[in-house]
Design a protein around this ligand. Sequence first.
Ligand code: PXP
Length: 240
Amino acid sequence: MTQRLGVNVDHVATLRQARKSRYPDPVTAAAIAELAGAEQITIHLREDRRHIQVRDLKVLRDTVQTMLNLEMAASQEMVKLAYEYKPDICTLVPERREELTTEGGLDVNSQRDAIGRVVKNLKDGDMIVSLFIDPDLDQVKASHKISADRVELHTGRYCEARSGKDREREFQRIVDAAKAATRFGMGCAAGHGLNYDNVRPIARIAEIDELNIGHAIVSRAVLSGFEHAVREMVQIMRNP
Ligand code: PXP
């Protein structure tokens, strides 16, 4: 089974919000990503709206040709927006205002009732629900118990591991959690911190059907397009 690539376009919006300008538009980035082979567009509409805006969700819902995956806090405000715009997949993630990025997975085990209610609510609206969890068997079991359709395994610790031994241990946790998720009949995605150096082993895990990758792709795009962008400006200045 080949894995589907979900391109997370949040950081295109980060660049736009840095100047509150109209560009770069994550909607354009999403269309280019799909032309290049992405099979899903992923966005995280955060409570503080630091990158993706409601307008992006609205326009992407109309323009995405593949799958739209909305990462969201398990809050009433977000459930309301999900019902309004009906993304194909809702991925529930933990959210803290002061964090730089999503730092850990959801603790489904200790918040089973509250998260379970949100899962049911979204499923009743015909949305596929995924839970972003650490690769931990108890979290996988708890996700199954509350009838999540899918889980997304947080690969951050694998990506940040300094020694080969630590990385191997974190990798094994991901493999075990992915196998458990599929045994329970859930779909299994993975993401966070994946880049051009560390993605290969994760891309070989047969039980994982989707990877969501953002920061590494947007970072590479900035540098691989830089020379071209400078040349274009020099060109204009030489022939004003
Ligand atoms: N998956 C989830 C649930 C996330 O929260 C994020 C970060 O927004 C990603 C994947 C993508 O992570 P990265 O930007 O490090 O590739």
